[in-house]
Design a protein. Structure first.
Length: 153
């Protein structure tokens, strides 16, 4: 691509296909990392605000309609504590339910899932001996699911 500056100077700008491909791949990875999926069980309703969605740990009293089964994880939330990961699950479930017009999520469960580990080690050595130290930390994320519902008629 060629750019012309107001003073008349011309500058050529080249885009690397490798850079573009890397950007697309990274974007897809980030989107997949925080994806919430749903399987429709009923008819979607007009979207609402996630703040209007209630979380239920038992079926609500009175009638409700099943809209979809939801699944998500805390992956990509940059939360390190169990509570932070749980909060990320709840936020994502409420956001997905709101997109489908559900005003409730009947929580089916939240659990830990091992997602890898990180390790590092260092050591020294010489003619008469050596030593070293290593550290390893397990990584986990939370996974959760529920039933997107519409409470009321």
């Amino acid at each position: 691509m060629t750019l012309t500056k107001p003073g008349g100077s011309v500058r050529s700008v080249a885009h690397s296909s490798k850079t573009t491909a890397a950007t697309v791949a990274l974007t897809a990875l980030l989107l997949a990392a925080c994806a919430t999926s749903h399987v429709m069980l009923g008819k979607a309703r007009p979207p609402i605000s996630p703040e209007e969605v209630q979380i239920y740990d038992h079926p609500p009293p009175g009638p409700y309609q099943e809209i979809a089964r939801l699944d998500t994880s805390s992956q990509g939330s940059f939360s390190f504590t169990a509570q932070g990961k749980t909060d990320a699950i709840i936020r994502r479930l409420k956001a997905e339910a709101a997109k489908l017009g559900a005003n409730g999520v009947l929580l089916e469960g939240i659990a830990d899932q091992v997602s890898g580990s990180i390790g590092t080690a260092a050591g020294t050595g010489g003619y008469s001996g050596g030593g070293g130290i290593g550290i390893n930390a397990g990584l986990s994320r939370k996974i959760g699911g529920g039933l997107a519902i519409y409470v009321g008629q």
